[in-house]
Design a binder for this molecule. Structure first.
Ligand code: NAD
Ligand code: NAG
Length: 315
């Protein structure tokens, strides 16, 4: 009897959330205020990281900027300060556990307060065919795009849990939800980041840590230079052009500010995600071929080869 009542309740809840989320596409819920929050962004010297720093600043938050590249990172801090915001820079290699823990302590000591929003944004791609790719480069992709999330979350989640207040944001990719040819390292790392993020999100809910929110951001190709050269069929590209970095970050911010658990940018990319799950493998293969997304990474790989002047260098 109790089982049947639970079943009925569950089904009603399932329907309620489907309806609520459908309504939310049109009627956006109120965004949460984040003025005074302390936001840590990794990879803040780069395309999206820098824009996130500026967007969070616009909303009145203070930003802690972590990047391996100190000159790029300082440039971001300068932009934030010109906007009248507060930025604190740290040169951190997020793949290095000790470096992450040490700097997390340093942030706490320097600022005398805890990070309340963590944006795991740093990311790399090998950009070479797997069989031509140095092992270290493939390993680096896993370490930056996945392992680093372990270390940063371990460093900052305990205080968020203690105060029952915080937000963990993972910048993954649509290539963490479905894949294509010639980005094996990247897809492996992004699928891993998605798995890590979702398991963590489930853990926080199961443990009833209601104050710590999570948002998984999965963007399509963004025009930051990371996937320079990547190309799908022209007619389809009209429908699905590379994202403007600013647009991508604004969409991600909207999702974060309403505590949305998952956002794919643009919305059209939910379609291949669904079709991957629902249709036979071969159906997806022919659809990829039609859209030119089967070989979309070929020109990107060629482009990388020229830039790094083959064979690929390890940093
Ligand atoms: N550009 C795209 O097409 C695209 C699409 C989907 C998802 N993403 C994801 O968005 C995120 C940001 O991408 P982007 O396009 O701004 O890249 P980017 O290359 O412009 O910036 C990445 C930044 O991360 C930093 N970084 C790299 N390794 C690091 C390390 N070990 N420790 C600390 N910092 C490190 C770099 O110095 C750089 O400043 C990445 O996770 C990327 O995978 C990008
Ligand atoms: C930092 O990034 C800039 C611009 O991309 C580059 O010229 C410079 O060599 C990088 N520095 C390091 C230490 O990687």
């Amino acid at each position: 009897m109790i089982f049947l009542m639970d079943l009925q309740m569950m089904l009603l809840d399932v329907i309620y959330f489907i309806l609520r989320n459908s309504v939310r596409i049109v009627l956006r819920p109120r965004t949460k205020p984040i003025d005074g929050e302390l936001v840590l962004i990794t990879g803040s010297g780069g395309g999206l990281g820098r824009l996130f720093a500026q967007e969070f600043t616009k909303h009145g938050a203070e930003v802690v900027l972590w990047d391996v590249n100190s000159s790029c990172n300082e440039a971001t801090a300068k932009l934030v300060r010109e906007m009248g915001g507060k930025a604190y820079t740290y040169t951190v290699d997020v793949t290095n556990r000790e470096d992450v823990y040490r700097n997390a302590d340093l942030v706490r000591k320097d600022l005398g307060r805890d990070v309340t929003i963590l944006v795991n944004n740093a990311g790399v791609v090998a950009g070479a065919r797997m069989l031509d790719c140095p092992d270290e480069l493939m390993e680096r992709t896993m370490k930056v795009n996945c392992h680093a999330h372990f270390w940063t979350v371990k460093a900052f989640l305990p205080q968020m849990k203690a105060q029952n207040h915080g937000h963990i944001v993972t910048i993954a990719s649509i290539l963490g939800l479905f894949s294509t040819a010639c980005v094996e390292d990247y897809c492996a790392s992004k699928f891993a980041a998605v798995g890590f993020h979702e398991s963590l999100a489930h853990e926080l809910i199961a443990d009833e840590v209601e104050g710590v929110k999570t948002t998984l951001v999965c963007p399509y190709i963004v025009d930051t230079g990371m996937f320079e050269g990547c190309k799908i069929r022209e007619e389809v590209e009209l429908l699905l052009p590379p994202l403007e970095p600013q647009y991508c970050v604004e969409q991600a911010m909207n999702a974060i500010l309403i505590n949305q658990p998952l956002v794919c940018i643009p919305r059209l990319t939910y379609l291949p995600f669904l079709s991957r799950a629902l249709l036979p493998w071969e159906s997806n293969v022919v659809a990829y071929r039609f859209m030119g997304s089967d070989k979309c990474m070929y020109p990107f790989i060629d482009n990388k080869k020229q830039v790094s002047n083959n064979p690929v260098k390890v940093e």
